[in-house]
Design a binder for this molecule. Structure first.
Ligand code: XMP
Length: 513
């Protein structure tokens, strides 16, 4: 297999790996490299197209990542996205700075002026995804303005067709950009003339081969959550590992209503048997200790404590089964958000899990959720697994927002989640939601029930729409559904308030913590 002909220079955006995935969907492999490595790659490989990714810095900042000006005169078509677009402007003589329109986060509209080359076959108005504080304020000499933001008139896209350079301020790689795929296709296929070199159906064989190589028949443990990632991993691994595969799931009290049953069912369809460890007492003791100690509350510490206890549970099972390998279904976004090409967002429980005597492997580390879903489909897993909404490993613990979990909080949030889920299912809304988050807000609010004043935590309801979970749109639930949810929830115990959270990601995250 040859090295990819498309080079993506990674300036640290959360979306850099999304560009890789979007290109794969178009049938292209690509190399995602830091600016330094990218320049070395350019010397040694035939590169047909270069994409400069977004980034989390300002191009005007001292020490901000950059690329040699020489790259722009190599005759290779270049597309700059967000930070990459600003870098093009800055390096080639334009200006970048803050505009009176201010920062731009989330969905917005652009008006396209030149509907050829990059914007070939696109409508004049397009919904795009933006995430930037600064903009190009002065276009470099020789460049044309090809799109601007409809509301503010700010520069949204530029091009220099003679020099084969294109720049867009928004993110065509984001699934939230309506015709983003077509823009990227125009760039790699029509402009750069790249041939297709990647097929999704190769994925199963490649992954099973990798599993065979990395496990070498050694006893292997998979931590199953029942979600699409770990269930798909089990289904993929079962025929490769046979008897040397053991599957465990920890019930520490973080699971939803009837979830252990669902996990057993999913294990069965994946061709494995799961052992569910009852670890409720250990997790309850962990949180009780924090409460007793009056520990300063921190969501990050909660996540790390969860991870530590989770590791202990895995360690016990690994010892019992004599496992030498720990295989997990962690995805690319987990790594991006934890280790970060850019800055640290939050620790996901499955990254950095170490079990003494076990080597950790993450066969899905380069995949995004929708790719695992295609894999699950290809493997013949039922629709309920293929399209199952994700649920975080720390589960209801991180849905108790801003507080250490107690048994009572867990009961409340589990019941609330069940009530909201049932209402949305009955109304036919659940399947249109990428992820539902029902949480208990850690701030006491005043209410009145009957003639009595009550003082209690609000239930937070959040529904998002997303493909890759790197960006997401907050869904505004229909008013009748909101009303039904509010009355059903407030009919229970002391719940006196329901908050609906429609914040997109960014700036929010999918979970509240
Ligand atoms: P965020 O909140 O980071 O969520 O926007 C993105 C996706 O990841 C899930 N998530 C987790 N999954 N362990 C997990 O297994 C975690 O610690 C964790 N934190 C967030 C989240 O539910 C969403 O699907």
């Amino acid at each position: 297999m040859k090295n990819p002909h498309i080079l993506i220079v990674d300036f640290g955006s959360q979306l850099s790996k999304v560009i890789v995935r979007a290109l794969q969907e178009l049938g292209h492999r690509s190399a995602l490299l830091s600016p330094k490595k990218a320049e070395a790659y350019l010397k040694e490989n035939r590169v047909e197209a270069i994409i400069l990714s977004g980034g989390d810095r300002s191009v005007n900042e001292k020490g901000a990542p950059t690329i040699s000006k020489k790259v722009f005169s190599m005759g290779i078509p270049i597309l700059g996205i967000c930070y990459g677009h600003q870098l093009i402007a800055k390096i080639l003589g334009g200006k970048v700075g803050q505009t009176s329109a201010g920062a731009n986060y989330g969905p917005t509209q652009v008006s396209i002026r030149g509907r050829f080359s990059f914007f070939d076959n696109l409508p004049g108005q397009n919904k795009v995804w933006a995430s930037h504080r600064e903009s190009v304020t002065e276009i470099p000499l020789g460049f044309d303005l090809t799109a601007c933001y409809s509301k503010t008139g700010t520069i949204a896209a530029i091009e220099n067709r003679d020099k084969q350079i294109w720049g867009v301020q928004f993110h065509p790689e984001s699934p939230e950009t309506d015709s983003g795929k077509l823009m990227l296709q125009n760039f790699v296929q029509k402009i750069a003339g790249c041939e297709k070199d990647w097929q999704p159906r190769n994925m199963i064989e490649e992954l099973q081969e990798e599993l065979r190589d990395s496990t070498k028949g050694e006893p292997t443990l998979i931590a199953l959550s029942g979600g699409v990632d770990s269930t798909t991993l089990c289904s993929l691994a079962a025929p490769v590992l046979g008897q040397s595969l053991k599957v465990v799931c920890q019930d520490g009290g973080q699971l939803r209503h009837n979830e252990p049953l669902e996990i057993r069912r999913n294990a069965r369809v994946a061709g494995v048997r799961v052992f569910i460890q009852n670890r409720k007492a250990e997790f309850a003791a962990l949180w009780e200790f924090q409460i007793k100690k009056k520990s300063l509350y921190s969501a990050e510490i909660k996540r790390l404590l969860f991870q530590g206890e989770y590791e202990k549970g895995l360690g016990a099972e690994a010892k019992r089964f004599g496992s030498r390998i720990l295989a997990q279904g962690s995805l690319a976004p987990d790594f991006i958000e934890t280790t970060g090409a850019g800055s640290h967002i939050k620790s996901h429980h499955n990254i950095g899990v170490t079990v003494p005597g076990c080597k950790s492997i993450h066969p899905f580390r380069h995949l995004f959720k929708h790719e695992v879903r295609s894999l699950a489909k290809e493997l013949g897993l039922p629709e309920a697994v293929v399209s199952r909404q994700p649920f975080p490993g720390p589960g209801l613990f991180i849905r108790i927002i801003g507080m250490w979990p107690t048994t009572r909080h867990l009961q409340t949030v589990r019941l609330a989640d069940h009530i909201v889920t049932e209402i949305l299912r009955r109304r036919g809304l659940y399947d249109g939601i990428s992820q539902l988050v029902v949480g208990l807000g850690g701030v006491l609010t005043t209410g009145v029930k009957g003639d009595e004043g009550v003082y209690n935590y609000p239930i937070i309801v959040r529904a998002v729409k997303t493909v890759d979970y790197m960006t997401a749109e907050g869904i505004e639930l229909p008013p009748e559904a909101r009303q039904e949810i509010t009355s059903a929830l407030t009919a229970r115990g002391h719940i006196c308030r329901v908050w609906f959270d429609e914040t997109p990601k960014p700036p929010g995250t999918v979970e509240e913590e």
